[in-house]
Design a protein around this ligand. Structure first.
Ligand code: ATR
Length: 279
């Protein structure tokens, strides 16, 4: 029987087993997907040994994505650009690494708003960490013209400019309102807005009419940023869709079937998130 897993530290709250076991059942595949709590000092060894283990692959979550990038035998272009791996699969006896975070975001966007085009659009990303980089790379590949970055630490914006070039624009506080007025897509990639944490301070009153506002946070399912955007009449996109869509390629690589992100799966995971946040 095939086995796959998700590794992280801590790992208790991962929803990946819920997603992959739903698809395994749906497709009648005799396999299991489980959580593996792997301590940081053991992550490199676990991944390097995956090719000779009982697992056909794994998902990698915080804090092991960079370690996984180092530990696999081969990486593709997307993982190389990010220096981070979230999906490992075994091919020809080797552990190979890719990253599906960026495509997960784009697929979620297209799924929710099929008519929303990205070509030549202007985006603003809040944050400049790993998740921001994955989404920036995917937006550039999708033809977005300009990407403004708002981030607490300026040096990380400059790093993004060095990597992605002149399409990346630094947005400081004084330029924020003008940038928002010209923006088609605003995405929060920071942890600001997570349940029990600090909210984003950004005022979106001046955001262009009809601009889409997205958050990668899914606990809560609707962040204060999204609630505010909705109230102002903007289309909004929560983070749960990205979580579901980033899982698609891993499942296909391990089990040979491209699974679908159904309404039923969405509701199943949403209910689990809601149940946990009530505790
Ligand atoms: P991830 O891989 O999830 O993107 P990360 O690489 O640690 O995580 O990036 C976290 C992002 O959230 C960064 O942009 C970080 O800002 P800094 O670059 O200034 O660290 C942002 N972030 C996290 N906590 C924040 C806070 N309290 N205020 C402002 N920004 C914060």
């Amino acid at each position: 029987m095939k086995k796959a897993c998700v590794i992280g530290w801590p790992i208790e709250h991962s929803r990946s087993p819920l997603i992959h076991n739903y698809w395994l059942k749906k497709h009648g595949i005799d396999a299991t997907y489980e959580k593996q709590a792997i301590e940081p000092e053991n992550a490199a060894q676990f991944i390097a040994a995956l090719a000779v283990s009982e697992f056909v692959g794994c998902n990698v979550t915080i804090p092991h994505k960079e370690t996984a990038f180092q530990a696999v035998a081969e990486t593709d272009k997307i993982a190389g650009r990010l220096g981070a791996v979230n999906t490992v699969y075994v091919r020809n006896g080797k552990a190979c690494g890719t990253n599906t975070d960026g495509e997960g975001f784009i697929a979620s966007l297209h799924h929710a708003y099929p008519a929303f085009g990205l070509k030549n659009k202007a985006a603003i990303i809040i944050g400049a960490g790993g998740a921001a980089k994955a989404i920036i790379g995917a937006l550039i590949d999708a033809g977005v013209a300009r990407i403004g970055i708002i981030n607490r630490t300026r040096a990380r914006i400059l790093d993004l400019q060095a990597q992605f070039g002149s399409q990346i624009i630094e947005i400081n506080e004084t330029a924020a309102n003008d940038a928002l007025a010209a923006c088609d897509l605003l995405v929060n990639t920071t942890s600001l807005g997570m349940e029990g944490g600090t909210e984003i301070a950004l005022d979106i009153q001046h955001l262009k009419r009809n601009a889409l506002v997205a958050d990668i946070i899914y606990v809560p399912l609707e962040t204060a940023l999204l609630a505010k955007a909705k109230q102002l009449g903007h289309p909004v996109l929560g983070g749960l869709g990205m979580l579901l869509h980033q899982a698609v390629r891993g499942f296909e690589l391990w089990f040979g079937v491209k699974p679908e992100v159904t309404e039923e799966l969405h509701d199943l995971v949403a209910a689990d998130v809601q149940k946990a946040s009530k505790q």
